[in-house]
Ligand binder design. Sequence first.
Ligand code: ZN
Ligand code: ZN
Length: 387
Amino acid sequence: MPIVNRVADLHGEIKKWRQDFHAHPELRYDVHRTAGAVAEKLKSFGCDEVIPGIGRTGVVGVIRGRKTGKKVIGMRADMDALPIEEETGLPYQSTIPGKMHACGHDGHTAMLLGAAKYLAETRNFVGTAVVIFQPAEEGGAGAFAMIKDGLISRFGIEEVYGMHNYPGVPLGDFAIRPGSMMAAADHIEIELEGKGAHAARPHLGIDTILVGAQIINQLQTIVSRNVDPLESGVVSICMFQAGQTDNVIPQYAKLRGTARSLKPEVRELLRRRIGEVVEGTARLYGASAKIKYSNGYPVLINHQRETAFAADIAREIVGKDRVDTDLTPVMGAEDFAFMLEERPGAFIFVGNGDSAGLHNPSYDFNDEAIPVGTSYWVRLAETALAG
Ligand SMILES: [Zn+2]
Ligand SMILES: [Zn+2]
């Protein structure tokens, strides 16, 4: 069965919701307008329960099937945008300066709303479908906040599924893999203290710019010389702040960056070696270093059975040639990983075609992916809850 007929009928309406979300982007937990619109729509569809305020601004909709059954599945979308100035020039471009839906969460929210509308209308399943709309996917761990607020236990969710659009994958195709699919993303913060001095008398100071530069270079040996070449790791220093002018050697410097991995052992290796390299290098030059290494999102690990199930649904919608089940893992991170630590499930990519990349000021979610993504959700619910 390809695109669900009723979903094809809803395409225009879902597209309008998407473009409205696009024009009104909100950041992190501050997604009040979006969450309000989501809750209002879920109520108007006749969901059995609509619960706002889970994980601060998350919204949950509960839809019970025609027949009562025990099984409960969760389907999740994210609602937040990014602090980026939009450069698309689209008619529905962001109306809020400095904020933009550059990761397609407007599309994710709209597609899951479309599925909720269909499921509440038809209820052609046994058990309960729970639609989850989370805030703060972009760095705020909104999924974790919803879990802490009882998302899983309160609604009795047994399996959980997520979807993200993906530029570069042909429009409407799917891509997935079992096991590790997206990276753990940890945060590195380094504070250096040397000895400030006149630029003409460097021998009387300890130059934190030189020490910081050496640290950045040394850190690049960790992936090339400590991580097994057949494993994956990234260490990127993305911020280096020191100095104010051209004739002072600065006393202090600050560096920040990210460490990414696909396996717990590599994650631990990165953490240990970053500490050793930073402290050792600073000591070599007589500077002192304070390092703060904090865990970000964990590795996103798709469960075997649920991944095979998700791939079957995807094949049902678009045909077997358009579903890649051996996707190369990506080093981006995604907080749906927290949900997959709680319950079995799977995260899938739906192709956004040849668009600008995620987080780029020219990016736009492709509305032509809506019938595919929404059909995936409704068939997934109807099949998982077939009774
Ligand atoms: Zn993003
Ligand atoms: Zn995203």
